[in-house]
Design a protein around this ligand. Structure first.
Ligand code: 0O3
Ligand code: SF4
Length: 321
């Protein structure tokens, strides 16, 4: 019989860091500033970041989210999401005469630049990532062929490479650090000359949020991750907690927290993916309090101070000159 007593006196441990990264902060600010400067509607190709709360908030303010550019009227303003776009999408926007602001995270753009350079040097490129994810489509769309996707160690074994002496790999920025290490080890075992990024493509925010879960998980009996179902980095946080032996759930609205998840638990860990706003995390804390949790304790962890500049056309007018 499961223990269904309320989480009375349970303590909530808050992971540090959690929530918004610099790329997400910048992407949302780009949409907000474009709305202020040009007025609604502002079109956004794909969800600006993978969070239902953020998307609903911007929609209320006048953003119109579209799947593809053919849904955008000629001459309108369109913003590319933080996950980046292929060259084809960029060229299509130019052909349609759209006014573009690019909210691609600079750390995703860095991988795009690397792909272009490697292709110019004649390298074939293995991309480690998740099929169908917009970042993977954008990054693989920087090359005209010559790239192959691997999602697992198993995929590495079946790779067909024309010239293993001219081979490199890049990765999605939001992958599991540990799983990627295993895939890279398999790649190096099969292709000892494979070139690797100078600094890993998994970004600082992904690394820090996973490290924070590793620190938090042994101290709690259940982990709640604030994040939407299509958020890759949020899913990786939930999986990581489970791999560390702690039951973990992902939610993007307070009413999704089920009483039985926390019944009888004395310590509840809370974290949030890079696209989940702190206001949403606090609404989950409120829900946990309603269910009987008492104290909230922020854990120690890295203080992030990364910030990326806005595109020129959206700077305050005095700074844009
Ligand atoms: O890439 P992911 O699904 O994790 O995207 P999110 O949830 O929107 O988070 C921001 C990360 C990003 C834009 C790509 O690095
Ligand atoms: Fe950029 Fe990393 Fe945030 Fe993605 S998770 S938007 S790469 S900082």
């Amino acid at each position: 019989m499961p223990d269904l007593t309320p989480a009375s006196a349970a303590e909530i441990l808050m992971a540090q860091p959690r929530g918004f990264c610099a790329g997400v902060d910048r992407a949302i600010e780009i949409v907000e500033r474009a709305l202020e400067r040009f007025g609604a509607p502002i079109y956004v190709r794909h969800e600006i970041v993978h969070n239902a709360y953020v998307v609903a908030d911007l929609r209320r303010k006048g953003a119109v989210f579209v799947g593809e550019l053919d849904e955008v009227p000629a001459g309108a303003t369109v913003i590319f999401s933080a996950h980046g776009v292929s060259r084809e999408v960029r060229e299509d926007a130019a052909r349609r005469g759209l006014h573009v602001f690019d909210a691609t995270c600079p750390l995703v753009t860095k991988v795009h630049v690397e792909v272009s350079k490697l292709r110019a040097q004649g390298c074939e490129i293995v991309m480690i990532g998740h099929r169908g994810h917009p970042e993977v489509e954008g990054t693989m769309g920087q090359a005209n062929g010559g790239m192959v996707l691997v999602e697992s160690v198993g995929d590495v074994q079946t790779l067909q490479i024309a010239d293993p002496s001219r081979l490199a790999y890049v990765t999605q920025t939001t992958l599991s650090v540990d799983e990627t290490r295993e895939i890279v080890a398999a790649l190096k075992a099969r292709f000892p000359d494979i070139r690797e990024p100078k600094k890993q493509d998994i970004c600082y925010a992904t690394q820090n949020r996973q490290d924070a879960v590793k620190f938090m998980a042994p101290q709690v009996e259940v982990v709640i991750v604030v994040g939407s179902p299509n958020s890759s980095n949020s899913n990786r946080l939930r999986e990581l907690a489970e791999r560390l032996g702690v039951p973990a759930y992902m939610v993007d609205a307070p009413e999704q927290v089920r009483p039985e998840w926390i019944a009888g638990k004395r310590r509840i860990g809370l974290t949030a993916g890079a696209s989940a706003p702190e206001a949403l995390a606090q609404s989950i804390v409120e829900r946990l309090r309603e269910l009987g949790a008492r104290q909230v304790r922020p854990l120690e962890g890295i203080e992030e101070n990364m910030a990326f500049p806005l595109p020129r056309g959206l700077l305050p007018t005095s700074a844009a000159a």
